[in-house]
Ligand binder design. Structure first.
Ligand code: URA
Length: 239
């Protein structure tokens, strides 16, 4: 692969900007300063260092974002802010997309990736990937709703939801709900179906990954190798 393509694919620097860094001697391959941006490199074997930082090749990028309210789970929109706007200029160029959607007013764990295959699997009902939400509701949540949600409730014009786990907090207007599917506005619809309504919603877990509480709202970080493996493991057992 060409060096300039490699560095722009990795979101490090655009092909045009790279030339200036090369002139200043800030790019090395296997310890030697590079003289031209179009040299061929072996992206899996050569050691590329850009401004002192070793750049490892990875075909796919996986990001955990702590989504704030007010952002659309989309890659672009003419009028409204999207979750991609929360990334830095480098990552904005990487064609990442959200793994599923959180409503504009929902906060919490949202994964972003360019791995279409994994994304597809994580969202497929065949793989039963758990999503856990923290819910604040308008009215107290009665204990018998635990059974209703376990057995399934009717939403969305007659669709019966799959078994879900409801854990009511000491403050009975608050709860955690774990679901394994992702129908449109599912949590809000489930609460509506039992005569209650959601006033605040935050996703706290996805596919066995917990929201990293070190991330402030709007902040993001790369997933670690073991977190990526954990996500892949979620897609091993299909129905
Ligand atoms: N369920 C909802 O109702 N909204 C979300 O954003 C996610 C799940």
């Amino acid at each position: 692969m060409r060096l300039d393509k490699f560095l722009s694919n990795m979101g490090i620097v655009s092909r045009r900007e790279l030339k200036n860094y090369i002139k200043k001697g800030q790019v090395t391959v296997n310890g030697h300063a590079v003289l031209s941006s179009d040299i061929q490199i072996n992206e899996t074997q050569d050691e590329v260092v850009f401004c002192g930082e070793k750049i490892s090749y990875s075909k796919n990028i996986y990001i955990m974002l702590n989504k704030p309210a007010g952002y659309l789970s989309a890659t672009e929109d003419n009028r409204q802010k999207t979750v991609i706007d929360l990334l830095d200029e480098r990552r904005k160029k990487m064609e990442l997309f959200p793994v599923g959607r959180l409503d504009k007013d929902t906060e919490g764990l949202l994964l972003l990736t360019n791995d279409g295959e994994l994304c597809h699997k994580l969202l497929s009902p065949k793989y039963h990937v758990n999503k856990k939400y923290y819910v604040e509701s308008e009215c107290d949540i009665e204990k018998d709703i635990i059974v209703s949600f376990r057995e399934g409730v009717y939403i969305d014009g007659g669709y019966k939801t799959k078994p879900a786990i409801l854990e009511i907090c000491d403050d009975t207007k608050k709860a955690y709900l774990t679901i394994r599917e992702g129908k449109f506005h599912q949590v809000k619809q489930m609460f509506r179906s039992v005569g209650n309504s959601v006033v605040y919603l935050e996703r706290v877990e996805f596919g066995g990954l917990a929201l990293d509480r070190n991330l402030k709202r709007g902040e993001w970080r790369f997933l670690t190798e073991s977190e990526i493996e954990q996500l892949h493991n979620q897609t091993l057992n299909r129905e």
